[in-house]
Ligand binder design. Structure first.
Ligand code: ARG
Length: 585
């Protein structure tokens, strides 16, 4: 279905062509929703931008556009305000008719895009044998939501987990594995290596202390590079163990990801370096192969190098990302590649993208974009830690959110003097707790740091998951109480909008599509959260003013449809954030 802004944009373009000629066919009418009712519902600012090229006063231009506008079927007569803004006020009949279409549409008015892209979302991407920390959690939550929105819009999305599963640290880990758990190498499944983070720490201790150990570790690196059987086996054991831990988190959070770690690109690295050489980008500097970067200077004001091959012949993080970029474009056929990591990696990606461009690896038709996010902080504004000062394990963090959600719900049951089954209480606790963690993250502008607070994220008031889930249940409950099975009647019932709060709600319901398109473009899921939050507020204003169940039959049916549409919109919106709902509470 065309959205209201698309319909208006099309009308404005026709008027521009009729008034000023065919060359204005593609002119952007600069249409946007207004937030002040006195300016109507939408405003077009194109007249101001045309003043120069047309050499006319903006108000005069606006008048000519208005003269040629044919919008009777959707808006009242457009008016001109201020220096030349064109204002549209949608008619109640048009809004009702749009909602009618919306509620019969299986995807709430949103058609799949006609030109689907192949989009890679590179997210989560923890490192083997290291802890998956809150930064990875942010990447996981944000990346998943971006992927969900793009998938829903009809794009072909490849969700890639670029795990750190290769590098010199494996020499140390494998040496330690041989030393500490030799039985693991004989029968892998018989051994549980326990907490790999502790394992890593112990291995590091040995490495730092003992020269013979370091030597053994260096040999293991060489053997790993050479693909020696025993060493590869040890490497696989370590990766499998980590993977099992990561998968538990993904399963809990309902995250789908395809693992394609750094090791995947390892065989491609020599050719990648060779290609850079052929493009004459390589310079040898103290034995290392480098590309000198444009626009990145060191303190002395000299151009900074990006090392792609170390003097010992080894490769690094950037080399792998260059090879990955090439593979994703040439083999996966990606049109757009999205990297979700903390803002601390902004330079890394800017440098990798620059070198890739200079090596002509990125065609003009392909968009590569780093989606940065801020730090997760404790309530004291410092790095998130446990009370005893240790880093928080993700498992524990999720457990605690669920536990607290359960306590909140039990408290509510006690006050209402209600009994519920253990299974139901568990379900509510999961949905609320995990939803709260996700929503708290997604509702922030991702570029800012975000303060992790269980109390805030689980609050029933404010822009939180519990608030949205309660809103959903309440709205859904009204339709249920209405005792009308809307699914069979959708095409027969008609919507009539009279009260101002109904009109406001209707307009907002009709903006879901524009909101999702914006999210797909600027990759800011907080806009969807904001949309949902405003939706529930507008719904509340409507529900305060307009009786639903006690209204006379035709009005009742129309209002029940508004309730139903609101509930469906919240449910769909939350699902695109990776958050599920319950049907009652
Ligand atoms: N493993 C990296 C980290 O933990 C993130 C990888 C992000 N993706 C990429 N293609 N570089 O910081």
């Amino acid at each position: 279905m065309q959205s209201v802004s698309e319909l208006l944009t099309a009308q404005c373009r026709e008027a521009l062509v009729a008034a000023f000629g065919p060359s204005f066919q593609e002119t952007d009418p600069l249409l946007m929703p207004t937030n002040q009712p006195k300016f109507g519902d939408y405003q077009a600012n194109v007249a101001l931008s045309l003043a120069k090229p047309l050499k006319q006063a903006p108000r005069a231009i606006a008048a000519q556009i208005v003269d040629h506008l044919a919008v009777d079927h959707l808006s009242e007569a457009p008016t001109i305000a201020g220096p030349g803004f064109i204002n549209f006020k949608l008619t109640p009949e048009f809004l009702a008719q749009q909602l009618q279409q919306l509620q019969q549409h299986p995807r709430l008015g949103i058609d799949s895009v006609s030109d689907p892209q192949k989009i890679i979302v590179d997210f989560s991407s923890p490192n083997i044998a290291k802890e998956m920390h809150v930064g990875h959690l942010r990447s996981t939550i944000i990346g998943d939501s971006i992927a969900r929105v793009l998938e829903f819009l009809g794009h072909e999305v490849l969700r890639l987990n670029h795990v750190g599963d290769w590098g010199t640290q494996f020499g140390m880990l494998i040496t330690y594995l041989r030393e500490a758990c030799p039985e693991a190498l004989i029968q892998a499944d018989a051994v549980d290596l326990g907490d790999l983070v502790t394992f890593y720490k112990r291995a590091k201790e040995r490495f730092d202390r003992d020269e013979a150990f370091r030597e053994a570790a260096r040999e293991e690196v060489v053997k790993l590079q050479a693909g020696e059987r025993d060493t590869l086996r040890a490497w696989t054991i370590l990766c499998d163990q980590s993977r099992r831990e990561f998968d538990k988190i993904y399963q809990r959070l309902d995250i789908k990801l395809q693992e394609r770690g750094e090791s995947f690109y390892n065989p491609l690295l020599p050719n990648l370096v060779e290609l850079l050489r052929q493009q004459q980008l390589l310079v040898e500097d103290q034995g290392a192969q480098c590309v000198f970067l444009e626009g990145f200077q060191n303190k002395a004001g000299n151009s900074q190098p990006l090392i792609v091959q170390k003097s010992d012949g080894g490769y690094n993080y950037a080399t792998t990302d260059l090879a990955a970029l090439q593979y994703r474009i040439q083999d996966d056929g990606a049109d757009r590649i999205i990297y979700v990591t903390d803002a601390g990696q902004a330079n890394h990606f800017a440098q990798v993208f620059q070198v890739a461009r200079r090596a002509k690896l990125i065609p003009d038709t392909v968009e590569v974009v780093h989606v940065p996010f801020g730090l997760v902080q404790g309530e004291d504004g410092k790095k998130l830690k446990t009370r005893s000062g240790e880093t928080i394990r993700l498992r524990d963090l999720l457990d605690e959110a669920v536990e607290r959600a359960r306590a909140d719900f039990l408290e509510r049951l006690r006050t209402d003097d209600r009994q519920e089954s253990e299974a139901f209480i568990n379900q509510v606790a999961q949905v609320m707790g995990l939803g709260a963690v996700k929503y708290a993250d997604l509702s922030q502008n991702r570029t800012s740091n975000y303060i992790f607070s269980y109390d805030k994220m689980l609050a029933l008031q404010g822009n939180t998951a519990p608030y949205m889930i309660y809103a959903y249940v309440r709205v859904q409950g009204i339709s249920r109480k209405g005792n009308i099975d809307l699914s069979n009647l959708r095409s027969q019932l008609s919507i009539v909008l009279t009260d101002e709060t109904e009109l406001i709600l209707a307009k907002h319901l009709l903006q879901l599509q524009d909101t999702l398109k914006t999210v797909a473009q600027d990759l800011m899921p907080n806009r969807l959260c904001q949309y949902l939050f405003e939706l529930s507020q507008k719904f509340n204003q409507f529900y305060d003013r307009c009786p639903v169940l006690s209204a006379e039959d035709s009005v009742k049916a129309s209002r029940l449809l508004l309730c139903d549409l609101t509930a469906r919109t919240i449910k769909l919106g939350l699902s695109l954030l990776g958050i599920s709902v319950v049907e009652r509470l």
